[in-house]
Write a protein that binds this ligand. Sequence first.
Ligand SMILES: *[C@@H]1O[C@H](CO)[C@@H](O)[C@H](O)[C@H]1NC(C)=O
Ligand SMILES: *[C@@H]1O[C@H](CO)[C@@H](O)[C@H](O)[C@H]1NC(C)=O
Ligand SMILES: *[C@@H]1O[C@H](CO)[C@@H](O)[C@H](O)[C@H]1NC(C)=O
Length: 385
Amino acid sequence: MRLLYHSLAFYLTLHPTLTAAATSTTTTSTATHSASSTSHASASATVQACTIRSPNTHAFFDLNSLHIPDPASAKTKHPRPNSWNVSGYDLGYNFTVNFCGAVIEDLSDKGGVVGVEKNLWNDVGAYYEQGGKVYSLGQASSAPVFRGRKLVMNYTDGSPCGADAMKREHVIEDLGPREIIDPDKDKKKNKPSKGHEDDDDDEDDDRDGRKDEPKKGAALQRKSTIISFLCDKDPLAPLLTLSFIGASPDQCTYVFEARSSAGCSGIEVAKQTLSPSGVFGVIVGIAILVYIVGGCVYSRMVLHQRGWQQLPNYALWKGVFGFFKDLVIILTSSCTRFFPSRRGYTRVNGGLGGNSGGIGRNGRGRGDSDAENRLIDELNEEWDD
Ligand SMILES: *[C@@H]1O[C@H](CO)[C@@H](O)[C@H](O)[C@H]1NC(C)=O
Ligand SMILES: *[C@@H]1O[C@H](CO)[C@@H](O)[C@H](O)[C@H]1NC(C)=O
Ligand SMILES: *[C@@H]1O[C@H](CO)[C@@H](O)[C@H](O)[C@H]1NC(C)=O
């Protein structure tokens, strides 16, 4: 075994190009591995963020091209300065949306998001502005889902909405008069709120019992967004045509339609930690290693060779090396044709095999002169006519 390692080390030092190739394959494979693992970090270990495989057709969908990166960290020269805009038409406000990540607008600059905790402001996936206030349509999501054949993305946990939003305003307006502890808390919790009075009382419960009942806070109704993706195969179409479809009457749910080439199934890239070429490289590298090590051991132990002779198929490789040496000589010497000629004469239509000797030269040269002769003969015949 020690001998094996010895000979391996010996021949790897003799072949720096080979070691370079081997290490480069391993480094590229580790590089791709680390790159993919960092990009996977936000999602689960196996699924890349913002991609999904259809459970029915097993087609692969990647929505990452719709993500507008933060201009501060974007790599492109002219990053988009704003997220996707969508007209809200009759609603009276326009929406700002991003995919596979938060909107790039700084929402704390705009005065913060109504009813959303401050540490979540950086992760809002869609919002609108109304009356100088920013309302979140939900936290950004990187997990598209399939409903049957439909590719859908949903954002949840936006600003409070519906009855809860009204309650909030009441809380702000008249907090004082309602500091009464409700005796039949539990009964009301199970009932949907019916009117004003109940709403207010419920909110009291919320505030009083928040510490002991964190679940109650989670039950607060919040705005959410559903984005339905359509495949647009037209290569001339813009990357994304986002349309606002509608909002529920309580303005708790907003529905959008995203028509995009990203909604078409595509080819999954870099799913594996090792790219196909990386796998190929590793296989080739291992094969070469096995060939050299095995060949060396065989030559040494069985054929009792020493020195360079230990290389497997030494004669063959020597021949190959000689061939390439000749090839280089031929190519370089044919290049010298383009420098000022030392012979004072160049061929009329000499090709590659120009001035100096080499393997392919004679045949080529003869072919050329044959062609010249034929051409001259033809011209002669034409003159005769
Ligand atoms: C989107 O909105 C921003 C400001 O919020 C504006 O500068 C930009 O022109 C809008 N883009 C479109 C396509 O409406
Ligand atoms: C919404 O966007 C449209 C253009 O798409 C613009 O004409 C309109 O003024 C915008 N509305 C608001 C409230 O910003
Ligand atoms: C939204 O997506 C989450 C997963 O991200 C899922 O649990 C939830 O059921 C979805 N809600 C709707 C209304 O589609």
